[in-house]
Design a protein around this ligand. Structure first.
Ligand code: SAM
Length: 209
């Protein structure tokens, strides 16, 4: 059974599937391409990558799938159906990535672009343990973490109902260290979203198992 907070996220992204893409194109100062490059230059050819919260696959899944074997996971059926059309060369699963069961040491990298601020705080530590287990030794984890001190926020966002949750950067850092990750890069970035709040602050981390 899906956690009701995550069900809200799924229903929300279903409802705004097309609008979210249009909104994303108007975000200013998004440095995801630079972070993707930081990952790519550390990966061997043919690496296996797991993407958590891939959305419609437009920005990152497609770019990564040109060079690597990519599996995308998203809880929103509408997002996954778009991703399958947009990136025919990748594999996709529709489900809650915090409950995913995958073989140990089956990925060279796990990536998450702007999806962890929807993970309830009480599920983050367990998720990091799973990611660590899915990675091969020396495998890489690239993630844009939310930075707000927000246990739980539910409300209207982009015209739909949405759930957000995040820890401040020092807590994300501590949880990563406690899981056994070594942080190679750890930077705070601000970008400007067209609505509703304008500036949003993210913690980009590239960590190694
Ligand atoms: C802000 S969107 C980002 C989409 C894409 N990564 C991008 O950067 O454009 C967050 C995505 O994460 C997905 N998501 C959030 N929580 C999830 C969970 N627990 N399991 C699977 N997908 C989840 C949402 O459905 C949504 O598509």
């Amino acid at each position: 059974m899906i956690d009701p907070r995550t069900q809200l996220v799924a229903d929300g992204y279903d409802a705004i599937a097309d609008y979210f893409l249009e909104w994303s194109r108007r975000v200013e100062g998004d440095e995801r391409a630079r972070w993707r490059q930081e990952l790519v230059r550390r990966l061997p050819a043919g690496a296996h990558i797991l993407e958590l919260g891939c959305g419609a696959g437009v920005a990152d899944t497609g770019a990564l799938a040109k060079r690597f074997s990519v599996t995308g996971v998203d809880i929103s059926p509408e997002q996954v159906s778009r991703a399958r059309v947009n990136v025919p060369g990748a594999d996709f699963m529709c489900g809650d990535f915090t409950r995913l069961e995958l073989p140990a040491q089956s990925f060279d990298a796990v990536v998450a672009f702007y999806s962890f601020n929807h993970v309830p705080r009480d599920r983050l530590a367990g998720l990091l343990v799973r990611i660590h287990a899915w990675l091969v030794p020396d495998g890489l984890f690239l993630c844009a973490f939310g930075t707000g001190d927000t246990e739980s926020w539910t409300g209207e966002w982009l015209g739909t109902s949405m759930f957000f949750s995040s820890f401040p950067p020092e807590t994300n850092r501590r949880l990563l260290h406690e899981t056994g990750f070594t942080l190679e890069l750890d930077e705070l970035m601000t970008m400007v979203e067209p609505e509703p709040d304008g500036e949003s602050r993210w913690q980009w981390v590239l960590a190694r198992r």
